[in-house]
Design a protein around this ligand. Structure first.
Ligand SMILES: Cc1ncc(COP(=O)(O)O)c(C=O)c1O
Ligand SMILES: N[C@@H](CCOP(=O)(O)O)C(=O)O
Length: 502
């Protein structure tokens, strides 16, 4: 046990009680409700236990080796560092001994008490887990738009079609900028905000390569924080709705004649020679925010773990983030097992699937081909090693979906009331295949992670429903019916569709 953790033990004996009495240290209702929610957070300071907990960067290799907290190589989160000495990835690790001083009851009660409140900064689904995310940051540096707390809904109709009784969708795309990227970006931009305050020259702008969602989240959070942002986009490869987001938020928008992997290479070079901070998920800070979606899933099921979680994968940060969230709940005793993870890839951008099929013997990047799931059109994923750990440690599976399979699955989802994006279509297609093969059983509790809003991908839906896609049957297409402006014509059209109607 660390000395800090030991010091923490005594006052914490009554931790559970304290959690019940006053979850956030805010003034009792009706008393002292003056000033902004930040002012009220200041008054709470003496009760804020964030300082007892610590997190730091260590080489990802040390996570594989075990006992990463005691790794010989480590870095403060206040350093600008993205790679270990040997060039490998980094990871954020937490002082688990300190966190374990509070039992699972305490954490469950604390997190449950913060859901849906406006208390700064806990109204955010990410910052409601602050002690597990970025414990050392002062609340004043946090830049949040109260992201997270996304709905997890019972997809009764879709599940029924597959003979399933317990199928769910975690709607991470119902978020500020329309994708799960907001969860990671609030953490990264808050830490940048702190860095710019304590080391004024260290970070002059923040940059990312993007297939459209990271850039939207980065530009929005930077605009919110008053920090310049630069987005490296592959020209003509992202949707119009995604492109207009950083434009509207005032980012420097670079439209580059290459693909995502080319943009990633460039942004890595630029951020290594300039005070521009890297905001892609190679930067492990992002994953600390993204992992809260997994914690939320456990919380939404009253701390029960689903059997399967299916996640669309591109640069492969998110599958590891989910693994981290589930693992932390398990290691701290809030849950009693891990779910099996499934990573779903588009067949046109499937390097992880190919490596999985070869028994993880060898990973080979691919040249990603055009896919309707454009945000995962990635051939050389940065987080490949992280994804392999997440999948091997959870007896996970990788599945792929052809263009027709992903568009049909997405359309089937919409026909049951969703309006899902093509990436969610990839995950739904993976579920259909795993059900057909009997890998996922009828009664297995299964969560499909929906990663973005379908509204960002209206063009692909229009193309599908207009049967404009070459070589695709578009079997679930639903075309508008042109009708003359008179009652008879309207009634004819209604009767043609609903022949049984009198
Ligand atoms: C909508 C959407 N879904 C899924 C993904 C895949 O996430 P990851 O790159 O972390 O694998 C991305 C980004 O890559 C995305 O934007
Ligand atoms: N889909 C992503 C691709 C980049 O992923 P990141 O998580 O490494 O930033 C995007 O929207 O740009």
């Amino acid at each position: 046990m660390t000395s800090q953790a030991r010091r923490a033990t005594e006052p914490l004996k009554a931790a559970t009680v304290e959690a019940k009495v006053d979850q956030d240290g805010d003034a009792p209702r009706g008393l002292d409700r003056q000033g902004s929610i930040r002012d009220r957070a200041h008054k709470r300071a003496p009760l804020d236990k964030g300082h007892l907990f610590r997190a730091k960067y260590v080489p990802f290799k040390s996570v594989l080796e075990g006992d990463p907290w005691n790794s010989e190589e480590s870095y403060s989160l206040d350093e600008v560092v993205y790679r270990a000495k040997d060039g490998g990835l980094l990871d954020v690790v937490h002082d688990m001994d300190a966190l374990k001083q509070y039992g699972p009851e305490y954490w469950r009660a604390l997190f449950d008490s913060r859901v849906g409140r406006t208390t700064w900064p806990f109204g955010s689904g990410v910052w409601s887990k602050k002690e597990w995310v970025l414990p050392q940051i002062e609340d004043d540096y946090i830049k949040s738009m109260f992201e997270g707390n996304s709905n997890l809904f019972w997809a009764e109709g879709f599940g029924r079609q597959l003979g399933m009784s317990d199928m769910w969708v975690k709607n991470c795309g119902i978020s500020h900028t329309g994708s799960f990227k907001d969860l990671g970006m609030t953490v990264l931009v808050s830490q940048v905000n702190r860095l710019r305050s304590i080391k004024p020259d260290a970070v002059q702008a923040v940059g990312c390569a993007s297939t459209g969602d990271t850039s939207a989240a980065l530009s929005a959070y930077c605009a919110h924080a008053g920090i310049p942002s630069i987005v490296f986009l592959p020209a003509d490869k992202i949707s119009l709705a995604q492109l207009v987001q950083p434009i509207a938020n005032g980012a420097l928008v670079l439209s580059i004649d290459t693909d995502f992997d080319g943009c990633m290479k460039l942004v890595k070079e630029v951020t290594s020679v300039s005070p521009i901070y890297l905001a892609n998920s190679m930067n492990s800070l992002r994953l600390e925010g993204q992992k809260t979606a997994a914690i939320e899933i456990c919380q939404q099921f009253d701390w029960e773990v689903p059997d399967w979680v299916i996640i669309p994968g591109g640069n492969l940060g998110n599958i590891y983030a989910f693994y981290k969230g589930f693992k932390m709940c398990y290691d701290l005793g809030l849950t009693d097992r891990m779910p099996r993870l499934v990573c779903a890839q588009a067949q046109n951008a499937n390097p992880l699937y190919l490596a999985y099929k070869k028994g993880w013997e060898h990973f080979e990047p691919v040249k990603a081909k055009t896919t309707f799931a454009s945000a995962i059109q990635i051939g050389d994923p940065v987080s490949i090693d992280r994804a392999v750990l997440a999948l091997t440690a959870t007896d996970g599976i990788v599945e792929e979906a052809s263009e027709e399979e992903l568009m049909d699955a997405s359309a089937r989802g919409d026909l049951t009331g969703m309006f899902n994006c093509p990436h969610t279509g990839v995950a739904l297609a993976a579920l259909i295949k795993l059900r057909e093969r009997g890998v996922i059983a009828a009664s297995d509790r299964t969560v499909v992670v929906s990663t973005a809003s379908g509204l960002k991908f209206a063009n692909s839906k229009v193309a599908y429903h207009s049967r404009e896609i070459e070589g695709m049957k578009c079997q679930y297409a639903n075309q508008p019916t042109p009708v003359k402006n008179d009652l008879g014509s309207v009634m004819d059209a209604i009767h043609a569709k609903f022949s049984a109607m009198k």
